[in-house]
Design a protein around this ligand. Structure first.
Ligand SMILES: [Zn+2]
Length: 104
C-alpha cells in the first residue's frame, strides 16, 4: 500500500459542534488488492444505507498497521465543484462520478 492524497470529508451539514470522526472496521481478505475491492463494496453499501456518512472518504489498511492507509476510491476531481471519481483507487481508464457520468 502506498501514500496517496486522501479524500477529505465534505458535507453541507453546518450544524455547530459537529466534527469528523473515523470508523475502523476489520474484515478478512487474501491480499491488499482483494482488501481494497472488498472495502469498495462495504463503503458503497454504507453510502446506500446511511447518506449522512461519506463512504467515498474510506481508507483501508492492514489491521495491524493503521498508519499504512490507502484511499479506497480514486477521488479525482471532476469538472464541477464537489464532483469526484468514485471508481476504486488505481483504476484504469476514464474517471466517472456517481451514477456513471463520465468526468474525463
Ligand atoms: Zn478515477
Amino acid at each position: 500500500m502506498s501514500d496517496v492524497d486522501m479524500p477529505q470529508i465534505e458535507s453541507d451539514d453546518d450544524r455547530p459542534g459537529l466534527r469528523p470522526f473515523t470508523l475502523h472496521i476489520d474484515f478478512l481478505a487474501a491480499d491488499d488488492h482483494q482488501a481494497c475491492q472488498q472495502a469498495v463494496t462495504y463503503a458503497e453499501g454504507l453510502n446506500q444505507l446511511r447518506p449522512e456518512v461519506d463512504g467515498y472518504t474510506a481508507r483501508v489498511s492492514p489491521a495491524e498497521a493503521w498508519s499504512q492507509v490507502t484511499a479506497v476510491f480514486c477521488g479525482a476531481a471532476g469538472p464541477h465543484d464537489m464532483d469526484m471519481c468514485v471508481d476504486a483507487a488505481g483504476h484504469g481508464g476514464l474517471h466517472h462520478g456517481p451514477g456513471g457520468s463520465w468526468l474525463a
